[in-house]
Ligand binder design. Structure first.
Ligand SMILES: O=C(O)C(=O)C[C@]1(C(=O)O)C=C[C@@H](O)C=C1
Length: 311
């Protein structure tokens, strides 16, 4: 059984449907969807992780990487997102005083709201489909939801305005999260997600992290700093890098990070949704690493095995 950030009608739910039609259970928060994986109530949960306009979904980034119980990403899904302004049938534009939606959704229609409904109070809470559910119940005091048309149809709302996003190209990335285990097999178009905790008060610590990746030609798709939540000013880095942990250059970079960081949390290697293969720099292919290792063994035969060693 799979879990997802719900209820039915969220963008997460739509993303889940692209993975097939198996049994699924909705959770009202990302944290609960991930806890259900930790407790074994579901085998995997789908949660949003990154939006092309608003960036990382911090609830997911933080809760995925919990130090005592990190989870692992097995798959990613990317879908386009667009929003409608949805109301109970009969509500007019002039009736709208209170609007509700997910914070990421609000951020993606901010310009439209400022222009069309500048005086409305906007409440950021739950999910877009949860907002549609709340509006469907007149006792909640909400007049309109910013949600997908699918959610409006599910909860009996009418769309007063369609495609109100400030940016029509918006897309959100979702990840299917499991308990830690072996990564899915390397495809040649993979991504690796990790969190690097710097040593404190170490000049150039961030540069050192980036150097470990750059010097092996490992390209980054996302990097953002997140507070460690221990003391003010203490940060870790959430990173998506191109490549798979079994690619020699990625394995070497991860070992390098382990040497220079206080801690590295590995959150999985998995196929990229867009199937894009990385540009491997000169000397960065597995065969280059193998040739270098074979050469080193000739120079000094007692060199021990390395993780990517295939001889
Ligand atoms: O509320 C939803 O429908 C979600 O699936 C969450 C979420 C997000 O976290 O970004 C997903 C896509 C949209 O960008 C807005 C909200």
């Amino acid at each position: 059984m799979r879990g997802f950030f719900g209820p039915e009608g969220t963008f997460t739910h739509q993303a889940l449907l692209t993975l097939g039609n198996g049994p699924a259970v909705a959770f009202p928060t990302v944290a609960r969807a991930l806890d259900a994986v930790r407790s074994g109530d579901v085998s995997a949960s789908l949660v949003p992780i990154e939006n092309s306009i608003e960036g990382g979904v911090t609830a997911t980034l933080d809760y995925l990487a919990l130090l005592d119980s990190p989870l692992q990403i097995a798959k990613e899904v990317v879908i386009p997102v667009s929003f409608d302004l949805c109301v109970r049938p009969g509500t007019t534009f002039n009736d709208i005083k209170r609007i509700i939606s997910h914070p990421h959704a609000v951020a993606q229609v901010r310009g439209w709201l400022d222009a069309q409904l500048p005086d409305a109070v906007v409440v950021e809470r739950g999910s877009t489909a949860g907002a549609a559910q709340a509006v469907a119940d007149p006792t909640t005091g909400y007049d309109a939801a910013i949600c997908a048309k699918v959610a409006a149809d599910l909860y009996g709302l009418a769309s007063l305005a369609s495609n109100i996003s400030d940016n029509e190209q918006a897309a959100t990335r979702f990840v299917l999260v499991t308990k830690p285990g072996p990564s899915p097999k390397r495809t040649g178009y993979d991504k690796t997600t990790l969190v690097a905790y710097m040593r404190q008060d170490q000049p150039g610590a961030l540069l050192e992290i980036l150097q470990q990746l750059a010097s092996r030609g490992v390209n980054l798709c996302r990097v953002e700093s997140r507070p460690t939540k221990k003391i003010l000013g203490d940060y870790c880095f959430s990173i998506d890098a191109e490549g798979h942990v079994s690619d020699a250059r990625v394995a070497e970079a991860l070992m390098g990070l382990h040497r220079v960081c206080k801690r590295v949390v590995f959150l999985g290697s998995y196929p990229r949704a867009d199937g894009k293969e990385p540009k491997v720099p000169y000397g960065g292919r597995d065969s280059d690493y193998q040739a270098a290792l074979d050469w080193l063994r000739q120079v000094s035969p007692e060199i021990p095995r390395l993780p990517y060693d295939r001889t």
